[in-house]
Design a binder for this molecule. Structure first.
Ligand SMILES: Nc1ncnc2c1ncn2[C@@H]1O[C@H](COP(=O)(O)OP(=O)(O)O)[C@@H](O)[C@H]1O
Ligand SMILES: [Mg+2]
Length: 213
């Protein structure tokens, strides 16, 4: 029988190094002999990517926060049922660039949607499915924004004000405090080698956990 794979999410504000480090996470897990599927939110399967295009388009400003929230969870439902759960059932380790915690951080902390409304949709779409491990890459907003700018064009979220990202970051810290069992915070202002050394340690521990269970 194939063991169920794990679900690892990578979170943090823009420019902290999620994409950069996900490539490293994949390599590290594969080196341990684990089959890996890398994916992202909003996105994944075709329908979810189409919703992502709507969500991130700078040509569609002023979307109502409730609409944004529902689109996020619509994309997530498709992603979860069509991609994440089937991959895990087949024994793959799924590494996801953002997940529901990003909804709490951006639509909740950033836009001010009450947490309970998000929790209602989380329960509707996910039941009690949650990540096994959440890696929070944490950096001050100035560092994140400088890195994101050096990368090129701003999308709709990257055009938000500094105060917005401060709220998003604080919401991530609150989530980490609320869910210490699955959260690991990595200081992303460190040089990349130090960030990755720390990630490798965390992944090593995760791979060793519950392998007989
Ligand atoms: N620890 C680091 N030190 C310096 N630069 C970094 C570090 N991590 C990532 N970067 C750079 O910052 C930019 C943004 O990284 P990226 O992985 O795209 O962030 P995210 O996906 O979180 O928005 C990239 O140019 C990347 O090379
Ligand atoms: Mg990225």
């Amino acid at each position: 029988m194939t063991a169920r794979g794990r679900f690892i999410t990578v979170e943090g504000i823009e420019g902290v190094g999620k994409s950069t480090n996900i490539a490293f996470i994949r390599k590290t897990l594969e080196a341990m002999g684990l089959p890996v599927l890398v994916t992202r939110e909003p996105g994944g399967p075709e329908v979810s990517e189409a919703i992502r295009a709507v969500l991130l388009s700078p040509d569609l400003p002023g979307m109502h926060p409730d609409t944004e929230l529902l689109l996020m969870f619509a994309a997530r439902a498709e992603h979860l049922h069509r991609r994440i759960l089937p991959a895990m059932a087949a024994g793959q380790w799924v590494v996801c660039d953002r997940f529901t915690d990003a909804t709490y951080a951006y639509q909740g902390g950033g836009r001010g949607i009450p947490q309970e409304r998000i929790a209602t949709l989380e329960a509707f779409v996910q039941g009690d499915f949650r990540p096994d491990l959440t890696l929070l890459l944490d950096a001050d907003v100035a560092t994140g924004m400088a890195r994101a700018r050096s990368r090129g064009d701003a999308d709709r979220f990257e055009q938000e004000a500094v105060a917005f990202f401060e709220r998003v970051r604080e919401a991530y810290h609150a989530l980490a405090r609320a869910h210490p069992e699955r959260y690991r915070i990595v200081d992303a202002t460190q040089p990349l080698e130090s960030v990755q050394a720390q990630l490798a340690e965390i992944l090593c521990a995760a791979a060793g956990e519950g392998t007989d269970g």
